[in-house]
Design a protein around this ligand. Structure first.
Ligand SMILES: Cc1ncc(COP(=O)(O)O)c(C=O)c1O
Length: 438
């Protein structure tokens, strides 16, 4: 008989915590000190002239990103939330418009529409990639639709051929939320600028980071100009500034600092190595997990490269005989208590579908009234709207955040051993700990 599971009083499989991420090295330290010595912590000025596009580090960071992935333009911002707002402004989203979004993503992928007085319209996701399903997107298009925000969730590229085909037919823009997918590829092309524009998050939890920050990318010169305008008080530019007027004429302060940009340059040099490490771990984990009933490793679509922000698993409670939450509890009991999300072996679910959030349920975005929801009264936010997203959220999805540096395959062996032990003892766990399943 194999040893008793930890949740039933047995000895846990692992005693030492998974090693934490160390993201800053000597290169980042030297870069920061050089900026401090220069005494120029931001080169931006919110008016026409040299400083409109930022200081030397900001420009160098943008050029380095654009060069590394073959983008015509890269425009840094102080968060990817700001980047999404700028992107929707740049593609001409405004009051009365509708923007098709995924309900299964970080909230900013949809609230970016509200900033411009447009409403998010939620389409369902594909159960294999967890990204927007083009058929559902097509069904949600209306004469008011101005844009689609497509998310490359967990690092897997969305079905861009399908999404771009819908967008072409409806004559609407595609913005890529590649917050979690730097370096991911679709038919060999890096994601981010396959549509009108898109970009990446540089918050602390991402593959590479600048504490907070983001990077917009586009192949389109006019869109790049609009992004720069929205990033930095475009309202102050003189009338002769060479920009088309098919966009808003004001901006905000979405500027990255020189310190962050200097860190970003050093981080960018690490990105491909980090991606290769994650790829190797993900491949290893998929091989180890294959064949366990009720545990379905992620499938990477043909001609796509995943960036493995996290490793998603499909879970079948019926087959395993344990509810998802009890399974997660039992597996994590075999492993040391995590310090944070990145050291947690297994998490049940991701977000609840965004339309269930209060802002949509009450149709109230601003302090007064129901604008912009009152402009699109037929748009639904009812429970049941996106059944696949609801199923993933409530029952089927498990996330494994430890497919990352500096973990090695032997760390993942402990996770697999924990899963194996729990699966072997599932009936015993269910009898002793589980509540009767309906
Ligand atoms: C898919 C997605 N979109 C948008 C964001 C927002 O990015 P930021 O935190 O840089 O504002 C995140 C951040 O977690 C994200 O994961």
């Amino acid at each position: 008989m194999t040893s008793l599971p930890a949740i039933l009083g047995g000895v846990p499989i692992r005693r030492t915590p998974f090693p934490p991420r160390r993201t800053m090295g000597t290169e980042e330290r030297a870069a920061v000190l050089a900026v401090l010595d220069s005494d120029c912590l931001s080169g931006f000025i919110g008016a026409a002239g040299e400083g409109f596009l930022g200081g030397p580090q900001v420009r160098a960071f943008e050029s380095a990103w654009a060069d590394q992935y073959g983008f015509r333009h890269a425009v840094s911002v102080n968060s990817w939330t700001s980047g999404l707002v700028a992107a929707l402004g740049a593609v001409g989203v405004g009051p009365g418009d509708e923007v098709i979004c995924s309900p299964f993503t970080m909230s900013a992928s949809a609230t970016c529409a509200l900033f411009w007085g447009a409403v998010p319209v939620f389409a369902d996701i594909d159960p294999v990639t967890f990204c927007l399903d083009p058929a559902s997107v097509a069904a949600k298009c209306s004469p008011r639709t101005r844009a689609i925000v497509v998310v490359h969730l967990f690092g897997h590229p969305a079905d861009m051929d399908g999404i771009l085909a819908v967008a072409r037919r409806a004559n609407i823009a595609v913005v890529e939320d590649a917050a979690q997918a730097p370096g991911a590829r679709y038919h060999g092309q890096p994601v981010g600028a396959l549509g009108a524009c898109g970009g990446f998050s540089l918050n602390y939890h991402k593959h590479i980071h600048t504490g907070e920050g983001g990077m917009l990318v586009t192949q389109d010169d006019a869109i790049a100009k609009r992004l720069q305008l929205i990033r930095n008080h475009g309202e102050n530019l003189p009338d002769h500034w060479p920009i088309d007027t098919d966009t808003c004429l004001f901006g905000g302060n979405y500027r990255l600092t020189e310190l962050q940009a200097a860190i970003g340059i050093a981080q960018l040099q690490r990105l491909e190595g980090l991606l290769a490490h994650r790829q190797a771990l993900a491949t290893y984990l998929s091989a180890q997990l294959s064949g366990y009933p009720g545990i379905v490793p992620p499938v990477v679509a043909e001609d796509c490269t995943h960036s493995w922000y996290v490793y998603p698993i499909r879970y079948d409670a019926e087959t395993v005989g344990l509810s998802r939450s009890l399974f997660v509890q039992a597996v994590n009991a075999e492993l040391p208590l995590p310090h944070d999300f990145e050291a947690t072996a297994l998490v049940g679910g991701y977000v609840r579908p965004l339309y269930l959030n209060r802002v949509y349920q009450e149709r109230r975005a601003f302090a007064h009234g129901h604008f912009p929801f009152d402009r699109s009264p037929l748009v639904s936010y009812e429970a049941g709207l996106c059944p696949v997203a609801e199923r993933m959220s409530e029952r089927e999805l498990l996330l494994c955040p430890i497919v990352r540096e500096p973990l090695c395959t032997h760390d993942l062996d402990d996770l697999v051993a924990a899963i194996d032990r729990v699966l072997t003892h599932a009936p015993m766990i269910q009898t002793q700990v589980g509540v009767p399943r309906a």
